[in-house]
Design a protein around this ligand. Sequence first.
Ligand SMILES: [Ca+2]
Ligand SMILES: [Ca+2]
Length: 622
Amino acid sequence: MIFTKFFWRNFSICVMIMGAFSYQLVAQNVELYPSNWFVQMKANKVQILCRSTEANFSKATIQTNYPGISISGVHHFENNHYLAVDITIASSAKVGKVNFIIESNGKKINTSWALLPRRAGRGTSFAQGINSADLIYFLMPDRFSNGDPSNDRVVGLKDQSLNRDSIFLRHGGDLKGVSNHLNYFQKLGVSTLWMTPVIENDMPNRTEHGYAATNNYAIEKRLGGDKDYLTLSDSLHQRGMKLIQDIVYNHFGRFHFLVQDAPAKDWLHQWPKYTQTHYREQAIFDPHHSKVDVQKMINGWFTTEMPDVNQENSFVEKYLTQNAIWSVETFGIDAFRIDTYKYCNVEVMNRLNQALIDEYPKIFSFGECWVDGVVTQAYFVRNNLDIPFKSNLHATSDFHLLFSGILPALNEKNTWGEGVIKLYTTLSNDYLYKEPNNNVIFLDNHDMTRIHSSLGESIPKTKMAYAWLMTCRGIPQMYYGSEVLMKGISNPDGWVRLDFPGGWAGDQKNAFTEDGLNKQEKDFLHYTQLLGTYRKGSSALKTGQMMQYLPEDGLYVYFRYDKGQTIMCVMNTDNKERKVNFEKYSERTNGFEGGKDIITGNKLGNQFLIPSMQMIVIELTK
Ligand SMILES: [Ca+2]
Ligand SMILES: [Ca+2]
């Protein structure tokens, strides 16, 4: 059976008399989560959460005669709107519409649920993971481009705001707007797209960021819904690009039905009175910790609008795990960026990460581990620490390499312990990570001051930062608009979430066409395009090893190299011109006569001068 419509959420069941059977089936709205499953999955033991606000499921039974589906358990909850059903899907089960008959209080309710074909049949790759050969572009869909003004406001949703003059209200950007500009990403050398969450956020306000989900099985209608997300995913994959989904396991939005009409109190972390996380992760691993500090850290709520999910509840764990797998299979996700990772139960996260890997061996997840110190950052990912807890998370957003690396390198005066030496010492701690090259490195994001503003709006410094981003180890991530020198200080965060120029009809400034960009902005865009494109063709930058030399008086030199290519990166953070001599770096420069500046194309000999506050990236030549 071929399904033309892939997504069924609410099943309105018609009243029907089933010939040979004498009972009447009652009309009933029953929502089923997951909203469908797939044939031939390794994860073939599925727990379906059934919800009806009209029914009383307290003593309900459920049955189906669908070939290949067997029911092994039925669970009831404090809240009689819910029922959970454990099913096993045999490998012989065929694609089709599964009828479940729920018998509750003398009524028989017929519900329909789909077994869909595997995504593999769509003909494009997915679940490929990401690695250091990729370049990520990170954007906020509400703030990037409005491709469909008809979805700017959606009747029935709680937030009816639409005002581009306010940093906290909706602006109308959407997934179609993103799909319209894939050429723009490719011109930057970008291979992978990451967006703030695209899941439904039917909250009364502050819905622009997407981190307060109200239904994990629906794409936000104001962004274009399931259909436009699928179109975007397919378009990316047809170009050989990849899609990262931003996922939140730590909390729901306050207006999620699992909060407003929770199956049981213990689906959320409950406190006698509102208790917020203290945001300090140390208690999790501190051998001297107090239990209350651990509890507050991981069970305290992120904000009043984001209730903390009780991941230790096995039903909740199953719900989150199945949703992640379903998202990969439904939308063709290649990797996950996991929000607020340090506030999660790390044991549950390990099981969830493993379930994804079991189904999709190449899938990749990186966590938002905004933590204090490199050792702490390493704790949350695959590491070389000999400690009882071993994380299986592939990677982290490398906050520390930003805060204790590139920012001090470009902003601090060079002393024994300050300035560019911090970049060198932070990288020297890479021995802690199993695979430092997996760390996602970045200069800014939706929560922090944009790089041009962090660097005092200095063009030379911002250029150095981008040259570093594209040449250091790790997976580089750009933040939308910073490539055209968008400014913004994160106080509050709305100022770093302004609209991308050219994303709206009538914008005076258009970064897509370059109309209205001033010379500096245009030059900077071309500069980032050149760096990204060069990186895309450079095996040494994508997958090569790194060797760094101890900085001397602000002059920092590192290499990326493999068998076929050697790239020399020279960063002069000194306040005067410096002389560079290959001889000093002979471990890597032996056999090379000089090189080519990848930005200017100029040839350089084995000795050259580099001006103050400049970075040169050189492909060495024999
Ligand atoms: Ca729109
Ligand atoms: Ca938590």
